[in-house]
Design a protein around this ligand. Structure first.
Ligand SMILES: Nc1ncnc2c1ncn2[C@@H]1O[C@H](COP(=O)(O)OP(=O)(O)OP(=O)(O)O)[C@@H](O)[C@H]1O
Length: 251
């Protein structure tokens, strides 16, 4: 029996370029849950996602996917994981369909089922008319759609998506929101997304964590009114506390 989906960071700290970019970060995304990570540029969102996906090692703390440590013995079942980090990755020389098909194969699907799944993913993301076009010749938004189709093609139940909507048009945003909702409802997926768009996050996520200067400084409920103001209040308060502590240390 497969373990229920979950994504977990436990007390993760990370130093990059001599700076502490993640400081004791913990969060958990349960099965059937969409959790959004919001924060200003440079807050540490991508770094945290890279650690959760085993692409970077933390200085301390641990990451778990479906309760399995990401580093160490008993690695997670990577076929259950769909991810898209930073700008959507696609082999520029391959067509949209070939990119998505490759992703399905790399996630362990057989030839026939990968072909069927790639066709479905192309259709889900509204990419059919571009299916035979080289990824390198697509617009930014359509390349992001290819990246998302490649992340979703094998119907993963562990999804880590870094700013998945930043190049999408409003129709694409609605489509992605529906696909993520279906993943949660139909296969109990755990979804972690980062975004700068608070109103969009409010529609997509069950829970919102605010990451600021490498620390989780609070959580917001998706239904909260005036999310933007609450976000900035939280950031400002954290900065003021930080300045107060600096002055104490200077004495
Ligand atoms: N390879 C690296 N070497 C040194 N510093 C790095 C490296 N990668 C990231 N950083 C620094 O780590 C911090 C966190 O970066 P990260 O990309 O995780 O932030 P982010 O929240 O995803 O930002 P954005 O919203 O702009 O994408 C930043 O200060 C960044 O400059």
């Amino acid at each position: 029996m497969t373990t229920p989906a979950s994504i977990e960071a436990r007390h993760i700290s990370k130093v990059l370029g001599g700076h502490l970019v993640l400081d004791d970060v913990s969060l958990e995304v349960g099965p059937g849950e969409t959790h959004a990570l919001i924060g200003l540029n440079g807050a540490g969102k991508t770094t945290l996602m890279q650690i959760l996906l085993g692409m970077l090692k933390p200085e301390s703390g641990s990451a778990y996917l479906a309760r399995c440590p990401v580093a160490g013995p008993g690695e997670p079942q990577w076929s259950r994981v769909g991810q898209m980090l930073d700008t959507a990755f696609a082999y520029p020389e391959l067509t949209a369909r070939e990119n998505i098909y490759c992703s399905a194969r790399l996630h362990g699907m057989g030839r026939r089922s990968a072909g069927v799944a790639a066709q479905r993913a192309l259709s889900d993301l509204g990419l059919e008319e571009y299916s035979a076009r080289r990824a390198g010749a697509l617009s930014l938004g359509n390349r992001q759609r290819v990246g998302l189709a490649a992340a979703l093609v094998q119907e993963p139940d562990l999804l880590v998506l870094d700013e998945p909507t930043n190049a999408l048009d409003p129709r694409g945003v609605i489509v992605l929101r529906r696909l993520l909702r279906e993943a949660c409802q139909q296969r109990g997926a755990s979804v972690l997304v980062s975004s700068h768009h608070l109103d969009e996050v409010a529609r997509m996520a069950d829970k919102i964590s605010v990451l600021h200067r490498g620390r989780i400084i609070g959580t917001l409920r998706a239904g909260t009114v005036d999310l933007e103001r609450r976000f900035f209040d939280m950031v400002l308060q954290s900065d003021m506390q930080g300045q107060g502590q600096d002055r104490e240390q200077d004495r």
